[in-house]
Write a protein that binds this ligand. Structure first.
Ligand code: NI
Length: 181
């Protein structure tokens, strides 16, 4: 947090099939796995390019049984998304705890739209277009925010909900009643 690359808009990738992009993505996957993260954006490894990776495993989906498309929307395999575009599909906001490799040692409770469509390209230059809900929608927004120079604390509306990971042993704080306006 504070590095100039994390504050600036990332550049579009002219050719998603470029071997340099594939090498960048391999480095990003290694970094994400090492950090046990759910996603990573290229500016976090000091490349100001519009490339993100993320996954939304079934464990992060709601425990209530979901069926058909709705269950599908909540999960994503490890995805490489180049030149992403997000379209918010519903004004509904949900709160969830987030962490970030670029903001080490902290967790914050972040409000975000809960239902969106994202599109972009994979490493073969093929278009990707998916509907996302819940954690899946959250991780995509978190990573794409990095491409616009935004870190999750900037999305928070209550900084008393920014805590040290080391204090999570006390339990996560509860939000005061929020007004819906
Ligand atoms: Ni992050």
């Amino acid at each position: 947090m504070g590095h100039p690359i994390l504050r600036q808009p990332a550049s579009a990738v002219p050719d998603p099939t470029d071997s340099a992009i594939r090498a960048l993505v391999e480095d990003m996957i290694e970094t994400m796995v090492d950090a046990n993260g759910a996603g990573l954006a290229a500016p976090q490894v000091h490349e100001s390019l519009a490339v993100v990776i993320f996954q939304a495993p079934p464990e992060r989906a709601p425990t209530a049984a979901l069926e058909g498309d709705e269950a599908f929307d909540h999960t994503a395999p490890l995805t490489v998304l180049i030149n992403p575009v997000i379209e918010i599909l519903s004004p509904a906001i949900s709160y969830g705890w987030e962490g970030c490799l670029s903001v080490p040692g902290l967790r914050g409770l972040v409000p975000r739209p809960d239902h969106l469509r994202y599109s972009g390209f994979d490493l073969n230059g093929h278009p990707i277009s998916r509907i996302a809900r819940g954690f899946h929608a959250r991780v995509v927004q978190h990573e794409c925010d990095h491409l616009n120079g935004i870190l999750y604390p900037q999305r928070m509306d209550d900084l008393s909900m920014l805590i040290f990971t080391s204090e999570m042993r006390h339990g996560l704080p509860q939000m005061a009643a929020t007004s819906n306006g």
